[in-house]
Design a protein around this ligand. Structure first.
Ligand SMILES: Cc1ncc(COP(=O)(O)O)c(C=O)c1O
Length: 398
């Protein structure tokens, strides 16, 4: 056991939230394939609906397999409670629809995942919520952009796809000194709690695409929200139950529980492989720039070393000859898969400007720091020698 008699992260990732003696000794939790739950009496049913009795009552609100996953996620993120959802976008939208109302203001870092940006532009703005974007590396700009009606401050770190590193503790402190009620929300998809736990740094809510490293095998779509008990309950009862219906299937909850058992091991290998890939690209004559916080020359290196327990599995780079050369290089790859998403066993490569971040117009891409030449790699779990050999042959042909 580690300090304070608390089990270590890797141990909690395997055991937390599940007691096999509750399920006939079954080593793994049962998958409760049910849409509804029976009541002993009409009185008990009413109590479940009112919250007086904590049992499950309908699968759009909760399910026992989902509950085990939620307990485990809350434990690993060091939050009070968690909510598992049907997708990362389900987690993000259920959270926002619970917190914001017309007339509120949301402050967002200048670069975020493409569909989250789209949600801000086409979702929040459409319903009368003001959204502004500033560069969150500049804390004075954040302070200046906060308004009396600001309800949420939202960002990612590392940022998808540019790999900027944002200072979670410092940003939370700036926001809270302005108004302690503003909710600081961080998308922790790139790190997972194995590498970074924003709730311990002053953030209020963490959201995830569990599709990525948490699931870890590219075989499902899911999401999660972690935060204070009262807030998570509100998101469950409004954002999930009534506004999005983005409920996770019990099978996917089970698969994520299975994925999380190996999370720490996998993150270690993702980080090791990404470091080797970044160093190779950094030395390569065809490459103009590499964005990876594990490189000592990277602008975010020192902050990442302090804030993260590993530099992560994502690398971005630009070739000297720009997008056309990058497209040729991508098309020559034999082992590395051309695909969006990240955090899978397979190394994946994609072009943000035309794929994950094509929700930004070309003008917005220029404004928000998504260059046309940028290429994003999600380092997989293969032998790094094979990944490097594939990259080298694709880069060698000029
Ligand atoms: C950082 C980040 N957040 C959220 C999402 C959305 O997650 P999902 O695809 O599970 O809805 C993604 C998807 O790529 C992502 O990369």
């Amino acid at each position: 056991m580690s300090e304070n008699n608390k089990l270590a992260f890797a141990t909690r990732a395997v055991h937390s939230g599940y007691d096999s003696s509750d399920s006939h000794g079954s080593l793994n939790p049962p998958i409760y394939m049910t849409s509804t739950f029976c009541f002993d009496s009409v009185e008990q049913g009413a109590q479940r609906f009112s919250g007086e009795n904590p049992g499950h009552f309908y699968g759009r609100i909760s399910n026992p397999t989902q509950e085990i996953l939620e307990t485990r996620l809350a434990d690993l993120e060091e939050g009070e409670a968690a909510l598992a959802t049907a997708s990362g976008m389900g987690a993000i939208s259920a959270t926002f629809w619970t917190i914001v109302s017309p007339g509120d203001h949301v402050l967002v870092d200048k670069t975020i995942y493409g569909c989250t940006f789209s949600f801000m532009e086409h979702g929040l703005k459409k319903f009368g919520i003001e959204v502004t974007y500033v560069d969150f590396t500049n804390h004075n700009d954040i302070a200046a952009a906060l308004q009396t009606n600001t309800k949420v401050v939202y960002f990612e770190s590392p940022v998808n796809p540019s790999m900027r590193i944002l200072d979670i503790a410092a940003i939370s402190a700036v926001v809270k000194s302005h108004n302690a009620d503003i909710q600081v929300i961080i998308d922790n998809t790139y790190c997972t709690p194995a590498l970074q736990r924003p709730l311990t740094m002053g953030a209020d809510i963490v959201v995830h695409s569990a599709t990525k490293y948490l699931g870890g095998h590219g075989d499902l779509i899911a999401g999660a929200v972690v935060g204070r008990q009262e807030m998570i309950q509100q998101i469950r009862l409004f954002g999930l139950k009534d506004m999005t219906g983005a409920v996770i299937s019990p099978i996917n909850a089970f698969l994520i529980l299975r994925g999380i058992k190996t999370l720490q091991l996998r993150m270690e290998r993702h980080c090791e492989n990404a470091q080797v890939i970044a160093e190779l690209l950094d030395q390569h004559p065809a490459v103009k720039s590499v964005f990876y916080p594990g490189l000592k020359t990277d602008a975010g290196h020192r902050l990442a070393a302090r804030q993260m327990e590993g530099f992560g599995g994502m690398v971005a780079f630009e070739l000297k000859e720009g997008f056309d050369a990058a497209a040729k290089m991508l098309n020559r790859l034999k082992l590395i898969k051309r695909a969006v998403s990240l955090g899978d066993a397979e190394t994946l490569i994609q072009h943000p400007a035309s794929m994950t971040h094509s929700t930004y117009t070309p003008e917005q891409q220029a404004e928000h720091g998504i260059s046309r030449g940028l290429v994003r790699i999600s380092a997989g779990l293969e032998s790094v020698l094979d990944i490097v050999a594939d990259l080298k042959q694709a880069l060698a042909q000029g």
